[in-house]
Design a protein around this ligand. Structure first.
Ligand SMILES: Nc1ncnc2c1ncn2[C@@H]1O[C@H](COP(=O)(O)OP(=O)(O)OP(=O)(O)O)[C@@H](O)[C@H]1O
Length: 255
């Protein structure tokens, strides 16, 4: 699903004429299979966010190749990346990144508006997903009127509304108390299990890493350790993916 081969990245910083090269990632080889939950762990400054930004096309690798779903994305233009992100990725952030002037409902609806989905279908899909995630009653609330846990659930709903195959999460529970963290982690496991969504999660938190099938440790921009938490059988992935799509389409009635 996600393949990085010999990926390196360096930033160029400083004023013109006095530029300095800051090497950040070195020869990263990484494969994330469909239906996996992969945690990226490592100390501050080890390159975790840079790795996520490379996977999502916000920055280009200085060297190496990145393939998503078999497609070489290394040379996509900005416009092509924007379309590719909309079709393939959902994003969850530590700071939720909800739009404060929009209600919870409108925040969840926004990706459908951007994709040009018509009003009636939008309403049906937003209502169904908000019910599934347990936030339907907050549809008319603005983000400032919601607790941190409720805001995070709204942002999870927004990340899933286009049914992306991959969700990238950057410290998703970093602003949550332990109760809300537990709820979020259970939700991620369910979404992975029922819909076959692939998750790549940056985290400092062992609790979060423990729900992953694999934890990848970055140290000074190098991949130093991968540990298997659970095995993901290929035929299970296939089954979960198909069952998950049915689950959404049938409004929650699973076989
Ligand atoms: N746009 C940039 N320009 C220059 N240097 C950058 C840029 N973004 C990140 N860096 C540098 O790259 C290194 C890795 O940063 P990155 O944000 O990927 O680390 P991280 O592991 O995600 O850290 P944290 O856990 O603190 O978020 C750091 O030394 C940082 O200063």
């Amino acid at each position: 699903m996600i393949e990085l081969a010999n990926v390196s990245h360096q930033f160029i910083i400083g004023k013109k004429g006095k530029e300095r090269v800051v090497p950040v990632l070195h020869d990263i080889d990484l494969k994330v299979a469909k239906g996996e939950i992969v945690a990226i762990v490592g100390r501050s400054g080890s390159g975790k966010s840079t790795l996520l930004n490379l996977m999502s096309g916000y920055i280009r690798p200085s060297a190496g190749e990145i393939k998503i779903g078999g497609r070489d994305v290394t040379k996509l233009s900005e416009g092509e990346w924007a379309d590719f992100r909309l079709a393939n990725y959902g994003f969850i952030f530590q700071s939720f990144q909800l739009i404060g002037s929009m209600t919870a409902y409108e925040n969840v609806e926004l990706p459908l508006v951007l994709k040009g989905i018509t009003g009636a279908e939008r309403k049906q899909r937003v209502m169904r997903l908000m019910e599934q995630i347990g936030i339907a009653e907050y549809g008319g609330h603005y983000p400032s009127e919601l607790s941190g846990g409720q805001q995070q659930r709204v942002s999870v709903a927004r990340s899933l509304i286009l049914e992306p195959p991959i969700v990238l999460a950057d410290e998703p529970s970093g602003s949550l108390d332990s109760e809300n963290e537990k709820t979020l982690l259970t939700m991620i496991q369910q979404l992975n299990h029922e819909m076959g969504i692939t998750f790549v999660i940056i985290t400092h938190d062992e609790q979060v890493a423990s729900i992953a099938h694999r934890a990848i440790r970055l140290q000074d921009g190098k991949l130093v350790h991968q540990s298997d938490y659970r095995q993901v059988a290929a035929h299970d992935e296939q089954h979960r993916s198909v069952a998950g799509v049915d689950y959404i389409r049938q409004g929650g009635e699973r076989e």
